[in-house]
Design a protein. Structure first.
Length: 329
């Protein structure tokens, strides 16, 4: 039996929340998916998904230290789920994700770890060039007694995030916040809830904060030219950050051109290497098999870091012994 509920959503469908510049979108609903796996989202207003280039983004001039404080507090709020937003998201994501509920539960319980202060500063210092180039100009010496100055300018990013592990959403929010830019996150059909739950939690922590207003998270069908041909333009965004398989990356490439670059997290195949030392004793072989099993089963092999191939340094008999131990686990 089909029909609609009192709020206008399709009966039996899952309601997906959109975040637009730090606020929950309560607009009219549009139905997506197929019978038995339908979900509803607010209808898109493309004008609301871009930030004007005639003025700086909301967080362009926010000090990195303040952003880190906000992210740490967001992590604490995620850890306790004091607003109940993660519990709500988890209840819904199990209906669309290919991952078992117990894996999703553990992943959600660990989301806060991406927001720890030490890890945030490690990214700032070792991956983003340092807080000084994020907050201002760094003078550098050139030959002939000349000097120059460099600065990391906040980017305007569209993120096509992957849904094979909830941590991808957390990583995208953290990196987008630390670089101070504006960020439009496209929600994947196999994880429609994690990114929005994180952003809603951040908005609960600091309503109206410039970093909060620098994020939107919405769904559209991947490859929908009525959306992508409008948004994927240099007058709105600088870069397209794309996670995913070959179809996703190839679909993104057709929009790349001067002023609009692709940052691609291509499909990856991870491996494990089992050295000859593993066969020195039953104990070392058992430890190697434990580690190999952990490598191979990470997120049920949905994540790119899950080992798909394991190479053994040894004889055929050694490989068989290792394989037997691996199968037991």
């Amino acid at each position: 039996m089909s029909g609609t509920t009192l709020d206008g959503t399709a009966a039996g469908s899952v309601a997906v929340a959109h975040m637009i510049r730090g606020e929950v979108d309560h607009g009219s609903h549009t139905t997506h998916g197929r019978p038995g796996a339908a979900f509803t989202t607010p209808a898109l207003d493309l004008d609301r998904l871009v930030w004007s280039r005639t003025e700086p983004g909301p967080a362009f001039h926010v000090p990195v230290a303040e952003i880190v404080d906000l992210l740490v507090e967001t992590g604490e709020a995620l850890k306790t789920d004091r607003a109940g937003l993660l519990a709500e998201a988890l209840d819904r994501v199990v209906r669309v994700s290919p991952l078992p509920a117990e894996i999703l539960e553990r992943a959600y319980a660990a989301l806060w770890r991406s927001f720890q202060r030490a890890g945030l500063y490690a990214q700032i210092d070792h991956e983003l060039g340092g807080a000084d180039v994020l907050d201002g100009w760094r003078e550098v010496a050139l030959p002939d007694d000349r000097t120059a100055a460099t600065r990391a300018f906040p980017p305007r990013l569209v993120h096509i995030i992957a849904g094979n592990a909830p941590g991808v959403a957390a990583m995208s929010v953290v990196r987008g916040a630390l670089t101070k830019g504006v960020n439009l996150l496209k929600l994947p059909s196999n994880d429609l809830f994690t990114a929005s739950a994180i952003l809603r939690t951040m908005a609960e922590v600091a309503p109206g904060h410039p970093v909060v207003r620098s994020f939107s998270a919405v769904y559209w069908r991947g490859g929908d030219e009525t959306v992508e041909s409008v948004l994927f333009r240099p007058q709105f965004f600088d870069k397209l950050v794309a996670w995913g398989g070959e179809a996703t990356i190839r679909g993104a490439l057709k929009y790349v051109g001067p002023g609009f670059e692709l940052v691609s997290f291509d499909p990856k195949t991870s491996i494990s290497l089992i050295g000859r030392e593993a066969f020195e004793s039953p104990e070392t072989l058992a430890r190697a098999a434990d580690a190999g099993a952990a490598d191979a089963t990470f997120f049920n092999q949905q994540a790119c870091v899950a080992s798909r191939f394991q190479f053994v340094e040894g004889s055929w008999d050694d490989a068989d012994r290792y394989a037997a131990q691996l199968c037991e686990r």
